[in-house]
Write a protein that binds this ligand. Sequence first.
Ligand SMILES: [Fe+2]
Length: 312
Amino acid sequence: MSDPAALDADFTRLPDLPAGLFTAPLQRPAHVGEDWVEPRQTAYSAEEHRVWDDLFARQMEVLPGRAASAFLAGLERLDLARGGVPEFARLSAELGALTGWSIVPVPMLIPDHVFFWHLANRRFPAGNFIRTRAAFDYIEEPDVFHDVFGHVPMLTDPVFADYMQEYGRAGWKAMRHNRLKSLGALYWYTVEFGLVMEPEGLRAYGAGILSGPAEAVFALEAASPNRLFLNVDRVMRTDYVIDDLQPTYFVIESFADLYRQTVERDFDRLYRGLGAGFSYANSAVIDVDNVLHRGTLEYHLRGGRGSGALPV
Ligand SMILES: [Fe+2]
């Protein structure tokens, strides 16, 4: 077993996890190694390529004027509109030339420490499979459309690309402090569901918003959700739900602002001050919040997903 203190220092190889560290109990498929990387990307059928194209077309009906300009620029620079599921090798070469990142295919959700290790080495693990038409609107595990369309364009932005690497490096430290849930909340409210204030107005940069059918309009325009300026200490104390629209979104002023607030923060000190659970419900507005919009919470008060409530 390795020394826990050394766990977050050396990112060149996967660590032996110290005993007692909690990691999600995932069963590694026999055909992948310890890095969980698939030997090769799936060969998609013509129908699977069409699913990608239809998902792409649907998102592009709502994203112009709503997605962050860095995201839209990334889509263009990587030519993700060329049709069909992108080839990871080509994408990695193009992304590598821009920010040094690459994309590696993985079979499914992978263990936290492996995920962090890839990010720390500027490799983004992307789900290999693509959803079926039956699961067109809602998927339980991230597929290639969520991972590549949702996440990869943002990796063309140099500051955001650095943030993602630092997030990976922070992961092992969070494991050592037993604060993975707190760090997970930061990922959730930035990388997956973050909003950014641009000169032309509020825009979405979170992959969970950008890759789904309804959340971009809800996150930016509905009266229901709270929109609060990001405060890292507060976000890391905030609960989150993974199976419905968010009651609260956190807004950054720029990616440099996000980088400053997180990477330049002393996380050792922060972790020592955090409790083991979350202090704030995901719908709460608290004293310290810098509020951009206080939501009516109508959608969630009416029961949210499955209740027939309109996302207003
Ligand atoms: Fe994601």
